[in-house]
Write a protein that binds this ligand. Structure first.
Ligand SMILES: [Zn+2]
Ligand SMILES: [Zn+2]
Length: 159
């Protein structure tokens, strides 16, 4: 199989009938992740795919492993999270299947199956809603704004 990193899509004509498994090493900077509040922090990501192709369907299962950086919800320091983002999607040519919101159309425009959207969703789902640099993070002083993990200030902070 081939994989276009710039769109995270697989040309249909490179997907054989039956079951295919392949592991790709992604150059993370080539992929347009655009995930709000997070950026990739590993140079490479592992994309492991199991693809089953039948006459009318292509079923894509797999996962992406990579590190992403987000801000600590309390002190805004960057925090790295190793992410395993799992996907499972069905793509179909059959118009009757497409009324199911879980089923994506196979694009005839460019002849590819695009997995960027599901992988991006899975990454967002895998990241914590309230990321913390440490459980004990003391956050920023609400009055003067210093990082209370690093410095003391004269303002008493009551939780
Ligand atoms: Zn923090
Ligand atoms: Zn203060």
């Amino acid at each position: 199989m081939r994989l276009f990193e710039e769109t995270l899509s697989i040309p249909i004509n490179s997907i054989p009938r039956g079951n295919t498994s392949e592991t790709f090493t992604l150059e993370m900077k080539n992929v347009p992740w655009s995930i709000p509040g997070a950026s990739f922090s590993s140079q490479e990501g592992i994309l492991d795919l199991d693809i089953a192709r039948t006459e009318y369907e292509i079923i894509v299962k797999g996962f992406l492993e990579a590190d992403f950086t987000v801000e600590c919800a309390r002190c805004l320091a960057p925090v790295v999270f190793p992410v395993t983002a799992e996907i499972e999607r069905m793509y179909s040519w059959n118009p009757d299947m497409l009324s199911d919101p879980e089923v994506e159309p196979v694009s005839h425009n460019d002849g590819t199956v695009c997995i960027l959207h599901p992988v991006r969703e899975a990454i967002i789902f895998s990241l914590p809603a309230m990321p913390l640099c440490t459980e004990k993070c003391r956050g920023l002083c609400p009055r003067c704004g210093i990082n209370r993990n690093l410095e003391e200030c004269e303002h008493d902070f009551e939780a």
